[in-house]
Ligand binder design. Structure first.
Ligand SMILES: *[C@@H]1O[C@H](CO)[C@@H](O)[C@H](O)[C@H]1NC(C)=O
Ligand SMILES: *[C@@H]1O[C@H](CO)[C@@H](O)[C@H](O)[C@H]1NC(C)=O
Ligand SMILES: *[C@@H]1O[C@H](CO)[C@@H](O)[C@H](O)[C@H]1NC(C)=O
Ligand SMILES: *[C@@H]1O[C@H](CO)[C@@H](O)[C@H](O)[C@H]1NC(C)=O
Length: 311
């Protein structure tokens, strides 16, 4: 009896080991895509490792000394926050002017994304870009003589209010550029626009000296320009094909992409083009299910043997 029990137990154990290749030999293929940078969680569609996340978000985030950086064609930004529920993130550019200081010299990044990446990122509608010290020849003012047509308030934020910031009074002294809230017939010293109107905030192309950006997270409305949230608030989107990743994660997989930039579902021991319940490759799948059936049978048999033997 004892020998039969130990025989069936070892048989059962053998089949269990055989039938779970993912834990036995699959660890090479297992990635843990979720990670952290400082206190920011990096999760789908973002990733720090290549092969993880959505392909539209590849080569985008870098973690340096616990500082998360976002890299696009216009430059590198520090990521202050990623809001997964609202699919948005907040970026900071060291040359972004705010209420305390205006950084001249056209060194600011602005915001421009590569054409292939553009569908995935766009500053939110409640984000205002304030372009400062732009040349009268700037494309911003062409076609709108004297009217400054593109300049407007965005979500209650605009240059009229921004002029009240201390940054302007310190700028007026000594610089000799003649800037200030009062202007004559020329273009305004500051022109506020929403991103949709120009699509590319490129200071050299727009011939501007500086820029600022602030955003409003409705329904919160900040009182004055000193209370505004300065930074670039960007909405991200995986372009509607998120069902793929949801199905993958629901079956215990992690979403990634292959060398051909197609999405893959990483299922521990194998990669699937759909999800982890789908047939990975006929051979391993059949072996697995056969192993499971046999292990189950042996397990049942040995338990039945044990309990019936004890009665
Ligand atoms: C992360 O840490 C910084 C300070 O190091 C803090 O200002 C920020 O609020 C933290 N963010 C989160 C999401 O905890
Ligand atoms: C910005 O504009 C300049 C001048 O037109 C151009 O050379 C540069 O490539 C643009 N930058 C980006 C990031 O598009
Ligand atoms: C922006 O709003 C201010 C008041 O907050 C107003 O005085 C100004 O005329 C508005 N500017 C534009 C361009 O609509
Ligand atoms: C699955 O795909 C990921 C991302 O391309 C890759 O790093 C990994 O090696 C692949 N795993 C297997 C088992 O092929």
């Amino acid at each position: 009896m004892a020998s039969l029990f130990s025989f069936s137990f070892s048989l059962c154990f053998t089949f269990l080991v055989l039938s779970t290749p993912s834990s036995a030999n699959g660890n090479r293929g297992v990635k843990n895509c979720r990670s952290y940078c400082g206190n920011i969680t990096i999760d789908y569609p973002f990733a720090l490792q290549s092969g993880c996340g959505h392909p539209g978000f590849r080569d985008l985030l870098f973690c340096m000394n616990d500082v998360l950086m976002f890299h696009i064609s216009s430059g590198s930004y520090r990521v202050l926050e990623i809001d997964y529920a609202y699919e948005s993130l907040t970026l900071h550019d060291p040359h972004l002017s705010n209420c305390d200081a205006i950084f001249l010299g056209g060194r600011g990044n602005g915001f421009t994304v590569e054409e292939w990446r553009a569908p995935y990122f766009s500053p939110i509608q409640d984000n205002v870009f304030m372009l400062i010290g732009c040349s009268p020849r700037s494309p911003l003012f062409q076609g709108f003589p004297g009217k400054h047509m593109p300049c407007r308030n965005v979500s209650g934020m605009g240059c009229e209010e921004y002029y009240r910031c201390p940054a302007w009074s310190s700028l007026g002294q000594g610089v000799g550029l003649g800037w200030g809230p009062v202007y004559g017939s020329g273009p305004p010293e500051c022109c506020a626009v929403a991103f949709e109107e120009i699509r590319a905030i490129n200071l050299s192309k727009l011939e501007c000296e500086a820029y600022s950006s602030a955003y409003s997270l409705a329904p919160l409305r900040q009182e004055g320009p000193s209370e505004w949230d300065y930074g670039i608030r960007v909405k991200y989107s995986v372009q509607g094909n998120d069902e793929y990743c949801q199905a993958c994660e629901a079956t215990g997989g992690e979403c990634g992409y292959g060398d051909d930039v197609r999405q893959v579902c990483m299922c521990g021991g194998f990669n699937s083009t759909t999800n982890c319940d789908s047939v990975p490759s006929l051979a391993t799948r059949r072996a697995n299910s056969l192993g499971n059936v046999m292990a189950g049978f042996v397990m049942f048999f040995s338990v039945w043997k044990m309990t019936s033997g004890w009665r």
